[in-house]
Design a protein around this ligand. Structure first.
Ligand code: SF4
Ligand code: SF4
Length: 318
């Protein structure tokens, strides 16, 4: 039997109101070529499924400890004793040796507290559509639809294309949330089935982009211009990161680029940095340097918004 195309999905969120117009269901695909230190979905970065552990939910070894027995590879053992942040009780925690773990999921099956789970599930387009069409009444009522997000959804190009096609066949409004860092041939394929691109612009200086995100911005800017030339619509998203891209100069340059994109830009969205993602890095034991900074002040955001508005651009803040 022919193997069916599958996509690796790490979350499906209904009733989303920040990922495009109306009420939407957002599908998050795993895998991303960028490494933004402020990423609030670190579980989205790797392409493979990963074991996640939520410390807050774990009952600890004395009260439970079932996962230690369940692991066939001996990857789970006794860890540190820590105070639970809410109950203040001392909890003897587990520790996971990621070099031994092969993400088999056996431990998740015995964890009745749902502290352990596998992040990343394979879906066929049909399986996903079965879930997504359930929300059609909400899309119709609100002018919403489905947003395909990530990670970088264009890193699973064939699956994303087939999913967008299937959504359009059902008359559902589609948005594609993208970093823009993808081969344009994939963007060209999805263009006829994408009503709106949610398109990130992080920094206008190529060196700064590369130094912090690990890839330059050339391809991203080129692709944005090509989408505009091809008649695509874009909601430009600017994550506002303190002391990185929040200078007047960078915001002005970003605004000038948006003007170049002309009618393709439906709105420019400022996304103030928040540090809610920091905890998530612990869940997957990602010890890489994560940005921990205070969020930008309301005054700062208002001043950046004004710069863009004075350039004649429609701006929202979320
Ligand atoms: S099975 Fe779940 S709740 Fe029990 S110790 Fe393991 S992670 Fe914690
Ligand atoms: S996912 Fe499998 S290998 Fe990894 S800790 Fe759990 S049971 Fe062990």
């Amino acid at each position: 039997m022919e193997k069916q195309l599958t996509g690796k999905v790490y979350d499906i969120q209904g009733f989303s109101v920040q990922d495009g117009p109306g009420i939407r269901t957002t599908v998050f695909l795993k895998g991303c070529p960028l490494r933004c230190p402020w990423c609030h979905s670190p579980e989205s970065q790797q392409f493979h499924s990963q074991l996640s552990w939520m410390e807050m939910k774990c009952a600890g070894i004395d009260a439970c400890g079932k996962c230690i027995e369940a692991c066939p590879r001996g990857a789970i053992s006794e860890g540190k004793t820590k105070k639970h942040p809410t109950t203040q009780e001392n909890i003897k925690h587990i520790t996971i040796d990621r070099t031994l773990c092969d993400n088999c999921g056996a431990c998740t099956e015995v964890c009745s507290y749902k502290a352990l789970y596998i992040c990343g599930t394979d879906y066929t387009v049909e399986e996903l559509m079965e879930r997504l069409v359930k929300d059609i009444p909400f899309y119709e009522e609100s002018g919403g639809g489905v947003t395909v997000s990530g990670g970088e959804a264009l890193s699973q190009p064939e699956f994303t294309l087939q999913l967008l096609k299937a959504l359009k066949e059902r008359g559902i409004h589609t948005a594609l949330d993208t970093t823009g860092h993808a081969n344009f041939k994939f963007i060209e394929q999805v263009l006829p089935y994408t009503d709106l691109f949610l398109y990130d612009l992080k920094h206008m200086d190529n060196d700064q982009h590369k130094a912090v995100i690990e890839v330059g911005n050339k391809l991203i800017l080129e692709n944005a211009l090509k989408i505009a030339q091809a008649g695509g619509k874009m909601q430009i998203r600017i994550p506002v990161i303190p002391n990185y891209n929040d200078s007047e100069e960078n915001i002005k340059k970003t605004g000038e680029f948006c003007k170049e994109l002309g009618d393709a830009v439906t709105v420019v969205q400022l996304l103030p940095y928040h540090n809610l993602g920091v905890m998530k890095y612990q869940r997957i034991d990602d010890s890489k340097k994560v940005l921990e900074a205070p969020p930008p002040s309301e005054e700062k955001i208002a001043s950046l918004k004004k710069i863009l508005e004075d350039m004649g651009l429609p701006v929202t803040v979320h």
